[in-house]
Write a protein that binds this ligand. Structure first.
Ligand code: F6P
Length: 342
Protein backbone atom coordinates (compact mmCIF):
# COMPACT_ATOMS: atom_id res chain seq x y z
CA UNK A 1 0.00 0.00 0.00
CA UNK A 2 1.54 3.28 -1.17
CA UNK A 3 0.30 6.87 -0.84
CA UNK A 4 0.66 8.16 -4.40
CA UNK A 5 0.34 11.84 -5.35
CA UNK A 6 -0.95 12.75 -8.83
CA UNK A 7 -0.90 16.02 -10.75
CA UNK A 8 -1.30 17.30 -14.31
CA UNK A 9 0.95 20.25 -15.28
CA UNK A 10 1.46 22.64 -18.21
CA UNK A 11 -1.07 23.14 -21.00
CA UNK A 12 -4.06 20.80 -20.92
CA UNK A 13 -4.68 18.20 -23.64
CA UNK A 14 -7.55 15.83 -24.42
CA UNK A 15 -6.77 12.43 -22.91
CA UNK A 16 -5.53 13.56 -19.49
CA UNK A 17 -8.66 12.27 -17.78
CA UNK A 18 -8.08 8.83 -19.28
CA UNK A 19 -4.65 8.77 -17.61
CA UNK A 20 -6.02 9.97 -14.26
CA UNK A 21 -8.79 7.39 -14.41
CA UNK A 22 -6.32 4.59 -15.18
CA UNK A 23 -4.05 5.55 -12.28
CA UNK A 24 -7.00 5.58 -9.87
CA UNK A 25 -8.66 2.39 -11.14
CA UNK A 26 -5.51 0.33 -11.27
CA UNK A 27 -3.87 1.95 -8.25
CA UNK A 28 -6.78 1.94 -5.84
CA UNK A 29 -8.85 -0.87 -7.27
CA UNK A 30 -6.15 -3.45 -7.94
CA UNK A 31 -3.10 -2.51 -5.92
CA UNK A 32 -4.88 -1.01 -2.91
CA UNK A 33 -2.91 2.27 -3.02
CA UNK A 34 -4.29 5.65 -1.99
CA UNK A 35 -4.26 8.22 -4.79
CA UNK A 36 -4.07 11.84 -3.67
CA UNK A 37 -4.69 14.45 -6.35
CA UNK A 38 -3.16 17.94 -6.39
CA UNK A 39 -5.16 20.69 -8.08
CA UNK A 40 -3.65 22.95 -10.76
CA UNK A 41 -0.33 21.25 -11.36
CA UNK A 42 2.86 21.96 -9.42
CA UNK A 43 1.27 25.10 -7.97
CA UNK A 44 -1.31 23.01 -6.14
CA UNK A 45 1.43 20.74 -4.86
CA UNK A 46 3.40 23.76 -3.61
CA UNK A 47 0.29 25.17 -1.96
CA UNK A 48 -0.95 21.88 -0.54
CA UNK A 49 -4.15 22.05 -2.60
CA UNK A 50 -5.25 18.45 -2.19
CA UNK A 51 -8.19 16.78 -3.94
CA UNK A 52 -9.50 13.36 -3.02
CA UNK A 53 -9.36 10.94 -5.96
CA UNK A 54 -11.47 7.82 -5.97
CA UNK A 55 -14.12 6.02 -8.00
CA UNK A 56 -16.53 8.92 -7.55
CA UNK A 57 -14.26 11.50 -9.18
CA UNK A 58 -13.37 9.42 -12.22
CA UNK A 59 -16.90 8.40 -13.16
CA UNK A 60 -17.74 9.20 -16.83
CA UNK A 61 -14.56 11.20 -17.44
CA UNK A 62 -13.15 9.17 -20.33
CA UNK A 63 -14.76 11.20 -23.15
CA UNK A 64 -14.22 14.55 -21.44
CA UNK A 65 -11.38 16.85 -22.57
CA UNK A 66 -9.22 18.94 -20.23
CA UNK A 67 -8.15 17.66 -16.83
CA UNK A 68 -10.40 17.07 -13.84
CA UNK A 69 -7.45 18.01 -11.62
CA UNK A 70 -6.90 21.39 -13.26
CA UNK A 71 -3.48 22.53 -14.43
CA UNK A 72 -1.15 25.54 -14.43
CA UNK A 73 2.05 26.71 -16.04
CA UNK A 74 4.06 26.85 -12.82
CA UNK A 75 7.46 25.30 -12.21
CA UNK A 76 8.67 24.88 -8.61
CA UNK A 77 12.37 24.91 -9.52
CA UNK A 78 12.09 28.32 -11.15
CA UNK A 79 9.78 29.91 -8.54
CA UNK A 80 10.96 31.44 -5.26
CA UNK A 81 10.63 28.86 -2.49
CA UNK A 82 8.82 26.54 -4.89
CA UNK A 83 10.95 23.46 -4.31
CA UNK A 84 10.82 23.79 -0.50
CA UNK A 85 7.05 24.22 -0.63
CA UNK A 86 6.67 21.10 -2.80
CA UNK A 87 8.84 19.00 -0.48
CA UNK A 88 6.94 20.33 2.57
CA UNK A 89 3.56 19.33 1.08
CA UNK A 90 4.84 15.88 0.12
CA UNK A 91 5.96 15.36 3.71
CA UNK A 92 2.79 16.78 5.27
CA UNK A 93 0.60 14.56 3.08
CA UNK A 94 2.92 11.57 3.62
CA UNK A 95 3.22 11.08 -0.16
CA UNK A 96 5.57 8.20 -0.92
CA UNK A 97 5.61 8.46 -4.70
CA UNK A 98 4.42 10.99 -7.25
CA UNK A 99 2.95 10.68 -10.75
CA UNK A 100 3.14 13.82 -12.88
CA UNK A 101 1.52 14.16 -16.27
CA UNK A 102 3.10 16.87 -18.39
CA UNK A 103 5.22 18.17 -21.22
CA UNK A 104 8.71 19.72 -21.35
CA UNK A 105 8.31 22.07 -18.37
CA UNK A 106 6.66 19.50 -16.11
CA UNK A 107 9.26 16.87 -17.02
CA UNK A 108 12.07 19.26 -16.25
CA UNK A 109 10.49 20.01 -12.87
CA UNK A 110 10.05 16.27 -12.33
CA UNK A 111 13.74 15.60 -12.82
CA UNK A 112 14.57 18.35 -10.29
CA UNK A 113 12.16 16.96 -7.71
CA UNK A 114 13.48 13.45 -8.38
CA UNK A 115 17.01 14.75 -7.68
CA UNK A 116 15.71 15.81 -4.26
CA UNK A 117 15.04 12.14 -3.50
CA UNK A 118 11.33 11.86 -4.38
CA UNK A 119 10.17 8.77 -6.29
CA UNK A 120 8.57 10.11 -9.47
CA UNK A 121 7.03 8.55 -12.55
CA UNK A 122 6.17 10.95 -15.38
CA UNK A 123 3.60 10.55 -18.16
CA UNK A 124 4.20 12.57 -21.35
CA UNK A 125 1.44 14.79 -22.71
CA UNK A 126 1.56 17.60 -25.24
CA UNK A 127 -0.33 18.25 -28.43
CA UNK A 128 3.04 19.34 -29.88
CA UNK A 129 4.36 15.72 -29.65
CA UNK A 130 7.85 17.07 -29.02
CA UNK A 131 8.68 15.20 -25.79
CA UNK A 132 11.90 13.35 -26.37
CA UNK A 133 12.02 9.59 -25.69
CA UNK A 134 8.46 8.68 -26.70
CA UNK A 135 6.96 8.17 -30.15
CA UNK A 136 3.70 9.77 -29.03
CA UNK A 137 2.45 12.01 -26.23
CA UNK A 138 -1.14 12.21 -25.00
CA UNK A 139 -3.14 14.85 -26.90
CA UNK A 140 -1.26 14.82 -30.20
CA UNK A 141 -3.65 12.52 -32.02
CA UNK A 142 -6.68 14.63 -31.09
CA UNK A 143 -4.93 17.83 -32.15
CA UNK A 144 -4.00 16.34 -35.53
CA UNK A 145 -7.57 15.14 -36.02
CA UNK A 146 -8.94 18.62 -35.31
CA UNK A 147 -6.31 20.34 -37.48
CA UNK A 148 -6.97 17.94 -40.38
CA UNK A 149 -10.69 18.58 -40.22
CA UNK A 150 -9.94 22.31 -40.26
CA UNK A 151 -7.72 21.97 -43.35
CA UNK A 152 -10.46 19.95 -45.07
CA UNK A 153 -12.98 22.68 -44.33
CA UNK A 154 -10.61 25.44 -45.44
CA UNK A 155 -10.16 23.54 -48.72
CA UNK A 156 -13.65 24.10 -50.05
CA UNK A 157 -13.77 27.80 -49.24
CA UNK A 158 -10.22 28.30 -50.59
CA UNK A 159 -11.22 26.73 -53.89
CA UNK A 160 -14.51 28.62 -54.17
CA UNK A 161 -12.80 31.98 -53.67
CA UNK A 162 -9.51 31.27 -55.46
CA UNK A 163 -7.58 32.24 -52.35
CA UNK A 164 -4.35 31.48 -50.61
CA UNK A 165 -5.36 30.22 -47.18
CA UNK A 166 -2.80 30.14 -44.37
CA UNK A 167 -3.71 27.83 -41.50
CA UNK A 168 -1.65 28.38 -38.35
CA UNK A 169 -1.40 25.38 -36.05
CA UNK A 170 0.33 25.00 -32.68
CA UNK A 171 3.93 23.84 -32.31
CA UNK A 172 6.48 26.25 -30.89
CA UNK A 173 9.57 24.07 -31.14
CA UNK A 174 8.47 21.28 -33.48
CA UNK A 175 6.13 21.02 -36.45
CA UNK A 176 4.45 17.68 -35.77
CA UNK A 177 0.89 18.98 -36.06
CA UNK A 178 1.78 21.03 -39.16
CA UNK A 179 3.49 18.12 -40.95
CA UNK A 180 0.85 15.50 -40.17
CA UNK A 181 -2.28 17.62 -40.68
CA UNK A 182 -0.64 19.07 -43.80
CA UNK A 183 -0.12 15.60 -45.26
CA UNK A 184 -3.54 14.33 -44.15
CA UNK A 185 -5.33 17.46 -45.39
CA UNK A 186 -3.35 17.73 -48.63
CA UNK A 187 -1.86 21.17 -48.01
CA UNK A 188 0.25 22.70 -50.75
CA UNK A 189 2.93 23.87 -48.31
CA UNK A 190 3.91 22.90 -44.77
CA UNK A 191 6.14 25.24 -42.78
CA UNK A 192 7.75 23.88 -39.62
CA UNK A 193 10.40 25.16 -37.19
CA UNK A 194 12.69 22.29 -38.28
CA UNK A 195 13.13 23.75 -41.78
CA UNK A 196 13.39 27.55 -41.88
CA UNK A 197 11.61 28.76 -45.01
CA UNK A 198 12.58 31.07 -47.85
CA UNK A 199 9.76 33.51 -48.65
CA UNK A 200 11.12 34.08 -52.16
CA UNK A 201 10.73 30.38 -52.96
CA UNK A 202 7.21 30.33 -51.50
CA UNK A 203 6.14 33.29 -53.61
CA UNK A 204 7.68 31.70 -56.72
CA UNK A 205 5.96 28.39 -56.01
CA UNK A 206 2.56 30.05 -55.52
CA UNK A 207 2.86 32.13 -58.69
CA UNK A 208 3.77 29.05 -60.70
CA UNK A 209 1.01 26.91 -59.21
CA UNK A 210 -1.68 29.55 -59.69
CA UNK A 211 -0.58 30.13 -63.28
CA UNK A 212 -0.20 26.49 -64.29
CA UNK A 213 -2.35 24.28 -62.06
CA UNK A 214 -4.88 25.77 -59.68
CA UNK A 215 -6.05 29.11 -58.44
CA UNK A 216 -6.02 28.36 -54.73
CA UNK A 217 -3.45 27.15 -52.19
CA UNK A 218 -3.39 26.01 -48.60
CA UNK A 219 -0.35 26.65 -46.44
CA UNK A 220 -0.18 24.96 -43.04
CA UNK A 221 2.27 26.79 -40.81
CA UNK A 222 3.42 25.86 -37.32
CA UNK A 223 3.37 28.85 -34.95
CA UNK A 224 7.11 28.35 -34.38
CA UNK A 225 8.10 28.34 -38.08
CA UNK A 226 10.85 30.83 -38.89
CA UNK A 227 12.25 32.45 -42.01
CA UNK A 228 15.68 31.20 -43.04
CA UNK A 229 18.59 33.44 -42.17
CA UNK A 230 19.31 36.03 -44.81
CA UNK A 231 15.83 35.81 -46.38
CA UNK A 232 13.89 39.05 -46.41
CA UNK A 233 10.54 39.40 -44.64
CA UNK A 234 8.99 42.84 -44.43
CA UNK A 235 7.26 42.52 -41.09
CA UNK A 236 8.91 41.72 -37.80
CA UNK A 237 7.35 39.96 -34.82
CA UNK A 238 6.66 42.04 -31.74
CA UNK A 239 6.97 40.28 -28.39
CA UNK A 240 5.01 41.17 -25.28
CA UNK A 241 5.97 41.37 -21.62
CA UNK A 242 5.96 37.61 -21.16
CA UNK A 243 7.73 36.82 -24.42
CA UNK A 244 4.44 36.10 -26.17
CA UNK A 245 3.78 37.29 -29.71
CA UNK A 246 1.53 40.37 -29.60
CA UNK A 247 1.88 41.45 -33.21
CA UNK A 248 3.16 39.97 -36.41
CA UNK A 249 2.69 36.26 -35.80
CA UNK A 250 4.34 34.14 -38.46
CA UNK A 251 1.02 33.58 -40.26
CA UNK A 252 0.24 37.31 -40.35
CA UNK A 253 3.70 38.11 -41.67
CA UNK A 254 3.35 35.48 -44.38
CA UNK A 255 -0.04 36.85 -45.35
CA UNK A 256 1.30 40.36 -45.91
CA UNK A 257 4.31 39.13 -47.87
CA UNK A 258 2.30 36.81 -50.09
CA UNK A 259 -0.58 39.20 -50.71
CA UNK A 260 1.72 42.13 -51.52
CA UNK A 261 4.06 40.20 -53.75
CA UNK A 262 1.58 38.00 -55.63
CA UNK A 263 -1.58 40.06 -55.57
CA UNK A 264 -3.45 36.87 -54.54
CA UNK A 265 -6.33 37.20 -52.14
CA UNK A 266 -4.87 35.74 -48.92
CA UNK A 267 -6.48 34.88 -45.58
CA UNK A 268 -5.26 33.57 -42.22
CA UNK A 269 -6.99 31.11 -39.88
CA UNK A 270 -5.35 30.58 -36.48
CA UNK A 271 -6.67 27.34 -34.97
CA UNK A 272 -5.30 28.11 -31.50
CA UNK A 273 -6.78 26.41 -28.47
CA UNK A 274 -9.48 24.64 -30.48
CA UNK A 275 -6.69 22.09 -31.06
CA UNK A 276 -6.53 21.39 -27.32
CA UNK A 277 -10.23 21.34 -26.53
CA UNK A 278 -13.05 18.85 -26.57
CA UNK A 279 -13.33 15.11 -26.55
CA UNK A 280 -10.19 12.99 -27.00
CA UNK A 281 -9.88 10.56 -29.93
CA UNK A 282 -9.92 6.83 -29.13
CA UNK A 283 -6.14 6.78 -29.74
CA UNK A 284 -5.54 9.40 -27.04
CA UNK A 285 -7.92 7.69 -24.60
CA UNK A 286 -6.08 4.43 -25.15
CA UNK A 287 -2.63 6.00 -24.86
CA UNK A 288 -3.63 7.86 -21.66
CA UNK A 289 -5.03 4.63 -20.21
CA UNK A 290 -1.91 2.63 -21.09
CA UNK A 291 0.44 5.28 -19.68
CA UNK A 292 -1.66 5.53 -16.49
CA UNK A 293 -1.53 1.78 -15.88
CA UNK A 294 2.20 1.63 -16.70
CA UNK A 295 2.95 4.50 -14.30
CA UNK A 296 1.13 3.04 -11.30
CA UNK A 297 2.53 -0.42 -12.02
CA UNK A 298 6.06 1.03 -12.06
CA UNK A 299 5.46 2.62 -8.67
CA UNK A 300 4.10 -0.66 -7.33
CA UNK A 301 7.33 -2.36 -8.40
CA UNK A 302 9.34 0.44 -6.79
CA UNK A 303 10.64 1.66 -10.14
CA UNK A 304 10.82 5.48 -10.18
CA UNK A 305 12.81 8.30 -11.78
CA UNK A 306 11.31 7.29 -15.13
CA UNK A 307 8.81 8.38 -17.78
CA UNK A 308 6.33 6.10 -19.50
CA UNK A 309 6.89 6.08 -23.25
CA UNK A 310 5.49 4.57 -26.44
CA UNK A 311 8.10 2.89 -28.63
CA UNK A 312 6.52 1.31 -31.67
CA UNK A 313 3.60 -0.63 -30.19
CA UNK A 314 5.20 -1.07 -26.77
CA UNK A 315 5.01 0.88 -23.55
CA UNK A 316 8.46 1.25 -22.00
CA UNK A 317 10.07 3.25 -19.19
CA UNK A 318 12.74 5.85 -19.97
CA UNK A 319 15.01 7.40 -17.30
CA UNK A 320 13.92 10.98 -16.55
CA UNK A 321 17.54 12.14 -16.59
CA UNK A 322 17.74 11.25 -20.30
CA UNK A 323 14.79 13.38 -21.32
CA UNK A 324 14.98 16.82 -19.75
CA UNK A 325 16.00 19.65 -22.03
CA UNK A 326 15.67 17.71 -25.29
CA UNK A 327 13.14 18.36 -28.04
CA UNK A 328 11.92 15.62 -30.36
CA UNK A 329 11.82 17.20 -33.81
CA UNK A 330 9.99 16.07 -36.91
CA UNK A 331 12.22 13.80 -39.02
CA UNK A 332 13.18 15.07 -42.46
CA UNK A 333 11.41 12.09 -44.05
CA UNK A 334 8.01 13.28 -42.80
CA UNK A 335 8.64 16.86 -43.93
CA UNK A 336 9.78 15.51 -47.30
CA UNK A 337 6.51 13.64 -47.72
CA UNK A 338 4.62 16.84 -46.98
CA UNK A 339 6.61 18.76 -49.59
CA UNK A 340 6.63 15.94 -52.15
CA UNK A 341 2.84 15.84 -52.26
CA UNK A 342 2.39 19.58 -52.75
O1 F6P B 1 2.84 23.31 -25.48
C1 F6P B 1 1.54 23.15 -25.87
C2 F6P B 1 0.96 24.39 -26.44
O2 F6P B 1 -0.35 24.12 -26.84
C3 F6P B 1 1.77 24.99 -27.60
O3 F6P B 1 1.54 24.38 -28.81
C4 F6P B 1 1.33 26.44 -27.55
O4 F6P B 1 2.31 27.26 -28.10
C5 F6P B 1 1.15 26.69 -26.10
O5 F6P B 1 0.91 25.44 -25.50
C6 F6P B 1 0.06 27.65 -25.76
O6 F6P B 1 0.12 27.90 -24.40
P1 F6P B 1 -1.01 28.59 -23.55
O7 F6P B 1 -2.18 27.67 -23.50
O8 F6P B 1 -0.40 28.79 -22.21
O9 F6P B 1 -1.35 29.86 -24.26
Amino acid sequence: HVRVGLLTGGGDVPGLNAAIRAVVKRGEGEHGHSIIGFRNGWRGLAEGDVMPLGRQQIRNVLPIGGTLLGTARYHPHSSDGGMDAVLATLEAERIEALIVVGGDGTLHAASKVAEAGIGIVAIPKTIDNDVWGTDRSIGFDTAVTIATEAVDRIHTTAESHNRVMIVEVMGRHAGWIAATSGIAGGAELVLAPEQPFDIDKIVKFLRHRHRAHASFSIIVVAEGAVPAEGTAMQYETQLGRFGEIIAGSISERLKVEIAERTGFDTRVTVLGHIQRGGTPTPTDRILGSRFGVAAIDAITRGETGVMTALRGDDIVLVPLAEIAGKVKQVPTELLDVAQALA
